[in-house]
Design a protein around this ligand. Structure first.
Ligand SMILES: Cc1cc2nc3c(=O)[nH]c(=O)nc-3n(C[C@H](O)[C@H](O)[C@H](O)COP(=O)(O)OP(=O)(O)OC[C@H]3O[C@@H](n4cnc5c(N)ncnc54)[C@H](O)[C@@H]3O)c2cc1C
Ligand code: SF4
Length: 454
C-alpha cells in the first residue's frame, strides 16, 4: 500500500469542525435571540445556560463564558466537539426552523479553547471536608463526578486501569472529532481541583472491591463497557481480523505522538466492517482515511434500522464507504493464516423478536464471499458483569441497577455513565451528567450520614 504524505494525513485527520475566529464567534453570538426559557438549555442533558454563555462571548468575556459552561459541565471541551448537537441543543434552537440554528457546539469550543490555551483554569480546590470517595474509571462520568465532589471538599481518588486517563475520550472517539490532547487537558482540570488520578490500577485485580468499600466513605463506579465480543464464527483468529475499538485506539495514540506516526499503522486494501452503529462508522472512516481502497460495512438488518445517527450515515456515504444490508457473516476465510474474505449469508426480515424488531432469517443457499484483507468487528461492547458481582450489586441485563440518584443496591456505591445506560443513547454528555447527579447523591447521603452521626 502506498504511504500517505504528511499533507494528506493532516487533511484527513485534522478536526472535522475547525475552531472559530474571534470575529466569527462574535458574529455568531450576536445572532442568538437569548430566548426566555430557552429550548437549547432544556435539550442539553447537562443543562448548560446556553444564552448566558453566548451573551458573554458576544461581549468578549470568554473566561466568563467558560465558567458558565463549566459550572454545568466539566467535560465541556469534549462535549463541544463530540456531542451530536443536531439531536440536542442545536436541534432545539428556535432559529433552526427557517434559518440556521446557532452553532452552539462551536461557540462552546471557542470559550473552552480560550481557557485551555491560556492554561488558566477557573476553579481552585475547596477546603477539605474530611470525607473520601473512590471513583472507579477515569472516563467522562468518573471525571465529572470526581470534579463535582472535589468542588464540595471531598478527597477523591480515581482508579483507572488504562495507562492514560480519559476513558473513551482518550481511546475511543476518533481523532478528527477529538484529539487525545483535549481529553488529557480535561483530566488536568480535574486534577487541578485536587483529585488524585491513579492510572494502571484495575479494580477487581490490583485492588479489591472490599478494600475500596473499607478505605473510602463512598464509591462511584464509572467503568463504561468492555471490549468488542467475539462473533463466534470460524476464522475469527486469522491475521487481519481486528476489533474496532483497538483499531481506533491505535490511531488516537499514533496521532498523540505526531501525525507522521499514523503512516505506520497497518490497514487493509479491502476492508470489511461488521456492524452498523456509530463505532462501525468511526472504524470505517478511519480505515478509509488511512488509505484503504474499498471499505464495506455489512449489516444484517436494513438501512432504516441502522443504529448510527442519520448525519453519521450521510457522512460515511460521502466518504465513499459502501454498504451491504441484510447480510449475516458466517465465517472468515483465509489463506496461510491471513484473511482473504468474509463469508456471508443473505438474510430476510422474519417474525418479530423480543425487542419487537424483525429477526433476520438466513436465506438457504445464499452464501457469498466479500473478498477483503482486513475484517473489523464493531458489534457492540461487552458488559463488566464480573466487576459488578465483586461489589455484590444487582444488575439489569448486564447493566448496574440504580435509582434516580444513581445509587446502586449497595447504599455506599453509586454508578453512572455507560455502565448503567440500559436504555437511551450512551453519549459523553449523558455520562457527564450522571457524574454530576451521582456527586449530588453522594453529597446528600454523606451529609445526612454525618448529621445522623452527630
Ligand atoms: C468508538 C466510539 C465513538 C464514540 N463517539 C462518540 C461521540 O462522537 N459523541 C458522544 O457523545 N459519545 C460518543 N461515544 C460514547 C462515549 O464515548 C461514551 O458514552 C462515554 O465515554 C461514556 O463515559 P463513561 O465514563 O461511562 O465510560 P468510558 O469512557 O468507557 O470510561 C470508563 C473507564 O473505566 C475504566 N475501567 C473499566 N474497568 C475498570 C476497572 N476494573 N478498574 C479501573 N478502571 C476501569 C476504563 O478503562 C475507562 O477508562 C463513542 C463511543 C465509542 C465506543
Ligand atoms: S434557542 Fe437558539 S436562539 Fe434561543 S437562546 Fe438557544 S441558541 Fe439562542
Amino acid at each position: 500500500m502506498t504511504r500517505l504524505s504528511l499533507e494528506v494525513l493532516e487533511e484527513k485527520f485534522s478536526e472535522l469542525k475547525p475552531p472559530m475566529t474571534a470575529r466569527e464567534a462574535r458574529v455568531e453570538a450576536n445572532r442568538c435571540l437569548y430566548c426566555f426559557d430557552a429550548p437549547c438549555i432544556r435539550a442539553c442533558p447537562t443543562h448548560i445556560d446556553v444564552p448566558t454563555f453566548i451573551r458573554k462571548i458576544s461581549t468578549d468575556n470568554l473566561t466568563g463564558a467558560a465558567v458558565t459552561i463549566l459550572e454545568a459541565n466539566l467535560m465541556a471541551a469534549t462535549c463541544a466537539r463530540v456531542c451530536p448537537v443536531e439531536e440536542l441543543c442545536e436541534g432545539a434552537c428556535v432559529l433552526g426552523g427557517d434559518h440556521k440554528p446557532i452553532e452552539i457546539g462551536r461557540l462552546q469550543r471557542h470559550a473552552m479553547d480560550h481557557i485551555y490555551d491560556k492554561q488558566k483554569l477557573p476553579f481552585t480546590p475547596a477546603p477539605s471536608n474530611g470525607l473520601r470517595v473512590a471513583v472507579v474509571g477515569a472516563g467522562p462520568a468518573g471525571l465529572s463526578c470526581a470534579g463535582e465532589l472535589a468542588k464540595r471538599g471531598y478527597a477523591v481518588t480515581i482508579l483507572e486501569k488504562n495507562p492514560l486517563p480519559g476513558g473513551l475520550s482518550t481511546y475511543g472517539i476518533v481523532v478528527m472529532r477529538e484529539p487525545i490532547r483535549v481529553a488529557l487537558e480535561e483530566v488536568a482540570l480535574i486534577e487541578a481541583l485536587g483529585v488524585e488520578v491513579r492510572t494502571g490500577v484495575e479494580v477487581g485485580r490490583d485492588v479489591s472491591a472490599n478494600q475500596l468499600l473499607t478505605d473510602f466513605d463512598a464509591v462511584f463506579l464509572s467503568v463504561g463497557m468492555g471490549s468488542v465480543p467475539h462473533l463466534g464464527i470460524p476464522g475469527e483468529d486469522l491475521e487481519g481480523v481486528t476489533e474496532a475499538l483497538s483499531f481506533i485506539a491505535e490511531t488516537k495514540l499514533a496521532e498523540k505522538d505526531g501525525l507522521e506516526h499514523l503512516r505506520e499503522l497497518p490497514v487493509g486494501r479491502f476492508v470489511t466492517v461488521i456492524g452498523a452503529g456509530n463505532t462501525a462508522i468511526d472504524a470505517a472512516t478511519i480505515a478509509k482515511r488511512l488509505g484503504a481502497e474499498r471499505v464495506t460495512i455489512i449489516y444484517r438488518r436494513g438501512e432504516g434500522e441502522m443504529p448510527a445517527y442519520d448525519f453519521e450515515y450521510t457522512f460515511i456515504k460521502n466518504e465513499g464507504v459502501e454498504f451491504r444490508f441484510f447480510s449475516q457473516p458466517v465465517g472468515v476465510v483465509g489463506e496461510n493464516g491471513r484473511v482473504t474474505g468474509l463469508e456471508c449469508l443473505r438474510v430476510e426480515p422474519g417474525p418479530p423478536g423480543p425487542d419487537g424488531r424483525a429477526l433476520p432469517q438466513a436465506v438457504p443457499g445464499s452464501a457469498f464471499i466479500i473478498p477483503c484483507d482486513q475484517v473489523i468487528k464493531a458489534i457492540g461492547q461487552e458488559k463488566r458483569v464480573d466487576l459488578f458481582a465483586h461489589f455484590g450489586l444487582e444488575q439489569e441485563r448486564g447493566y448496574v441497577k440504580v435509582d434516580a440518584d444513581l445509587r446502586t443496591t449497595n447504599p455506599k456505591v453509586f454508578a453512572g455513565g455507560d455502565c448503567v445506560r440500559a436504555t437511551g443513547d450512551a453519549m459523553t454528555v449523558t455520562a457527564t451528567q450522571d457524574g454530576k447527579v451521582a456527586a449530588r447523591g453522594i453529597h446528600a447521603w454523606l451529609g445526612d450520614n454525618a448529621l445522623a452521626a452527630d
